[in-house]
Design a binder for this molecule. Structure first.
Ligand code: BTN
Length: 246
């Protein structure tokens, strides 16, 4: 069903919600809204993005009506910032598992996958006002009915409806992800929260490729860093970057 401001507002009340049919990036809109004083929990949803941004400077694009694309504003402590990727990934993981889908896992640091195929990308960004922390935005793009069968992503990405074989209501999914964020946010600095993220990672102990070289994904640290081990047993700590499984 089409997302409209009326449906979003009535379902998500009293949360402040904005809806745009087409925009550059919902993250950019939310960074502007943060600077204007938007409260924690405020959300912007778009049907289409012309400059959707992904991690590591990549482009994120989904055809209209095929994805759920939104950004939520949060105002956590600066200490919790390193855990923003974990928060986004765990919330989406929970919402997707609640649809009854098996094989949901998190690929470090915050891709959500189903049986190793990416179904959701997450881009957390902090807003800074000079040296002062102004707020956090978490941009989330979920493939709901994107058809990857003819695309270059056909072996690396999937959509919820492809896996489920039935229609997924994007508004209900959005509500479920936002509820999960509300539940998880108060725990974000706890060991239990970190352990939950760690337990749902799908590549620990497995071979991974980093910059064309094979490593083993050994473990993660409490700030979210990934420890990788090469064939000679030497370890390296990654705080950003990309890994490929297998
Ligand atoms: C990634 O996997 O590289 C992260 C993709 C994040 C995409 C979402 S869609 C909504 C929000 N607005 C953006 O410009 N990006 C995020």
């Amino acid at each position: 069903m089409t997302l409209t401001l009326e449906r979003l507002t009535s379902t998500l009340a009293p949360r402040p919600v904005r809806y745009v049919d087409t925009t550059g990036s919902t993250n950019d809109l939310c960074l502007e809204w943060v600077a204007q004083g938007a409260p924690s929990g405020a959300v912007i949803v778009a049907e289409q993005q012309t400059k959707g941004r992904g991690r590591l400077g990549r482009v994120w694009f989904s055809p209209p009506q095929t994805a759920l694309m939104f950004t939520v504003i949060l105002r956590p402590s600066v200490a919790a910032l390193a855990r923003a990727p974990m928060l986004g990934a765990l919330a989406v993981h929970r919402a997707i598992a609640d649809l009854g889908i098996d094989g949901v896992g998190i690929k470090w640091p915050n891709d959500v996958q189903i049986n190793g195929l990416k179904v959701c990308g997450i881009l957390p960004e902090a807003a800074w006002d000079g040296g002062d922390f102004g707020g956090l935005v978490i941009g989330i793009g979920v493939n709901v009915r994107v058809d990857f069968s003819e695309s270059t992503f056909k072996d690396s990405a999937t959509s919820l409806e492809t896996v489920l074989g039935e229609r997924v209501d994007r508004l209900a999914l959005l509500q479920s992800i936002l509820s999960a964020i509300d539940e998880l946010l108060p725990q974000v600095e706890t060991d239990a929260f970190f352990d939950l993220w760690r337990d749902n990672l799908n590549m620990l102990g497995k071979p991974i490729m980093v910059e064309g070289q094979q490593f083993t994904a050994q473990d993660v640290e409490r700030d979210g860093a990934l420890i990788i081990r090469d064939e000679a047993g030497k370890t390296r700590r990654m705080i950003a970057g990309d890994i490929a499984l297998g």
